[in-house]
Design a protein around this ligand. Structure first.
Ligand SMILES: [Zn+2]
Length: 255
């Protein structure tokens, strides 16, 4: 089905009518960039490719790229700690995927499984990510969210600022990436990783270095998945000053 591309004016009125505040205590709970999430009051604002399964992949790929030694289990525990406990871990599947397949309906995780190398990952790391998710899911059924229906995203929206944006409006959807929240979560994650000795940085590498490297890997993973799932869609950036005062800029298209 051809996708209808959203125009600048449509995205503006979308944001005007679909913005919500972020609870500070829940700001690090995540969702995927997928546009099929329902506009629920408790929808996590922090949209990142693959949710927390994608977060662990970002961490592994960062360590691989920068030759940083890392402990797999401690890394996963660091993510659990940052989100406020295992019950706050989030990833998703969908109504089309086989029931037993972990994150089977998440395009981002599927792409990583098919081509780990492209994402700078080892096959064993992808297996480990799924094992962690499966184990957490056995205790907390709700951490894997099931998305319904088909993809209808008409643009990619990146967010800077302290508000969330709902992904559905008038039968249309948006891929959403929350850059500010990803950045602050990476800052916290880098601190916890170093403190708990999940990573062993080289001389001269600091928490700040790790933080920046995590953001860079996120950018790479996002673009790889966007190319596969959102090719040709327009990209818009929104920067919030306040809830009602924001700037929307078109930033080309996914190519
Ligand atoms: Zn997904």
């Amino acid at each position: 089905m051809p996708k209808t591309h959203l125009q600048h004016s449509e995205v503006r009125s979308w944001i005007k009518k679909n913005t919500y505040s972020i609870k500070p205590s829940k700001k690090f709970i995540s969702r995927c960039i997928d546009g099929r999430y329902e506009n629920a009051p408790d929808l996590p604002a922090l949209a990142i490719p693959g949710g927390d399964a994608g977060q662990l992949a970002i961490l592994f790929a960062t360590a691989n790229r920068h030759k940083i030694k890392l402990d797999y289990m401690k890394s996963w525990k660091a993510i659990c700690k940052v989100v406020g406990g295992k019950q706050n871990i989030r990833f998703h599947t969908d109504s089309h995927a086989p029931k037993k397949k972990i994150a089977g309906g998440c395009g981002h995780i599927k792409l990583k499984s098919l081509n780990p190398k492209l994402y700078g990952l080892k096959t064993s790391q992808v297996t480990f990510i799924k094992k962690c998710c499966k184990e957490a899911l056995s205790k907390h059924k709700f951490i894997q969210v099931k998305l319904n229906g088909d993809h209808k995203e008409g643009a990619v929206l990146t967010i800077n600022g302290n508000y969330g944006v709902y992904p559905q409006f008038k039968g249309k959807q948006l891929f959403i990436v929350h850059l500010s929240l990803i950045n602050s979560r990476h800052k916290e994650l880098a601190k916890v990783l170093v403190k708990t000795k999940a990573v062993q940085l080289h001389a001269g590498q600091t928490v700040k270095y790790l933080h920046k490297a995590l953001d860079e890997t996120h950018g790479k993973h996002l673009m790889l998945t966007a190319k596969a799932l959102a090719n040709g869609l327009p990209i818009f950036n929104v920067t919030f000053k306040t809830r009602s005062s924001f700037k929307v800029e078109k930033a080309g298209k996914v190519a």
